[in-house]
Design a protein around this ligand. Structure first.
Ligand code: HEC
Ligand code: HEC
Length: 347
């Protein structure tokens, strides 16, 4: 007996293990498209796991005080509950932190940077950005050596990047974080059960009436919060929220320098909107009721805002319609994603 059979069996086990590190099964519900993934960073289960550890690791900041998860908390649909974010050194961000649910489908990232399109690239901003400081890391810091000397990371980086001689690089850190972020799929809201799983009882009659309002004139919510994520990218809009000339939040004008872009921001996803208050890029609206007041009034009074989108023209909403619309917005909230152990702190 040569033992070839058992050797073959052993080989099969090894290649299976390798394959599971190399593949990622999306398990998407019916109607959900497969997210676009950059060619140079294919999804693997091992990278996702490494990314999750990094996302929750406060060693990712200059003083050990913050991680991505400090400002993107799972229980708040990956926001932080503050009007504007506060970085590791106490510096205030001019804008509020944004939800990361279904971020894999976003074609443009952050409130007002039309050039920021890949999660791999975006992660560098909180890590190394100086205006404002978020995590406050600096290239050449002790950060990579810290990871290299950690037994857990030795294992995780080896699994995630098995072919690379020097795996502890910033590029690999951002690749792994991006892979983890792409897995945060929200698809189990009452609305999803109603709309995709065809469970007619998943939402109330009020929410169904609210859905019709959302998708009709003159409210026109769907014109800017469209698609299955109820979001507006890659377009940006001026919703008459703000005096568009008030720095630092001048919208995409900051990058395009085109005066008609003043005060234009991304229309974020409305999924899990009940967990992400306060609202808008500057957290200036406290409740969903106040958001509706803002739209009904056709933007904030007193700004004489010539740059406001023509869709923000104001409308009248009866008390009953208002309740229905709020019920619809509530039906977009997915409790499961707030507690799913796959997205939780692994440490
Ligand atoms: C100090 C709080 C803070 C920390 C720490 C932080 N973020 Fe954010 N995040 C924000 C804010 C604020 C925004 C909006 C930024 C803007 O508009 O300029 C944002 C936006 C984002 C977006 C864009 C979301 C969208 O809908 O377009 C992604 C993705 C993101 N952060 C991922 C991360 C990752 C990954 C980390 C860790 C490497 C991280 N963040 C760390 C506050 C933070
Ligand atoms: C002209 C496009 C447009 C229309 C129409 C529109 N929105 Fe928005 N919405 C936006 C933009 C852009 C933002 C972000 C604005 C900002 O922060 O300055 C936003 C923000 C929001 C937010 C806050 C999101 C967050 O995470 O902070 C809610 C809630 C919202 N809209 C609901 C609605 C509802 C309900 C309607 C219909 C009554 C509606 N929107 C109509 C573009 C639009």
């Amino acid at each position: 007996m040569c033992g070839c059979k058992s050797r073959l069996a052993l080989l099969a086990v090894f290649s299976l293990a390798a394959a599971s590190a190399q593949t990622y099964v999306w398990n998407l519900p019916k109607g959900f498209p497969k997210p676009r993934v950059p060619l140079d960073n294919p999804m693997t289960a091992a990278k996702v796991e490494l990314g999750r550890h990094l996302f929750y690791d406060t060693r990712m900041s200059v003083n050990g005080k913050q991680a991505c998860a400090t400002c993107h908390k799972q229980e708040l649909a990956f926001t932080d509950g503050r009007p504007v974010a506060v970085g590791a050194t106490g510096e205030k961000h001019p804008r509020g932190s944004m939800s990361l649910v279904n971020i894999a489908y976003s074609s443009v990232l952050t409130w007002s940077n039309p050039g920021l399109k890949e999660l791999e690239q975006q992660a560098l901003v909180p890590m190394f950005g100086e205006h404002p400081v978020e995590l406050g890391l600096r290239q050449g810091d002790a950060f990579l050596p810290t990871l290299r000397s950690d037994a857990k990371y030795k294992e995780l980086f080896a699994d995630a990047f098995p072919e690379e001689a020097d795996r502890f690089t910033i590029a690999n850190v951002t690749k792994a974080i991006a892979c983890f972020e792409r897995t945060i799929i929200s698809a189990r809201s009452p609305y999803d059960r109603y709309h995709y799983a065809e469970d007619d009882n998943a939402v109330s009659e009020a929410a169904k009436r609210g859905e019709i309002l959302f998708f009709s004139q003159p409210l026109s919510c769907f014109r800017c919060h469209g698609g299955f994520n109820f979001s507006g990218d890659p377009e940006f809009h001026n919703t008459g929220l703000y005096n568009p000339y008030s720095a630092p939040n001048v919208g995409i004008f900051e990058f395009t320098k085109d005066p008609k872009d003043l005060g234009k921001f991304k229309a974020p996803t409305l999924r899990n909107i009940t967990s992400t208050a306060p609202y808008m890029h500057d957290g200036s609206i406290a409740t969903l009721e106040d958001v509706l007041d803002h739209y009904a009034a056709g933007g904030r009074a007193g700004h004489n805002n010539q740059l406001k989108d023509p869709l923000i023209a104001g409308f009248h909403l009866s008390a009953a319609d208002r309740k229905d619309l709020i019920e619809f917005l509530k039906s977009l909230s997915d409790e499961a994603v707030l507690h799913d152990s796959r997205f939780a702190n692994p440490w």
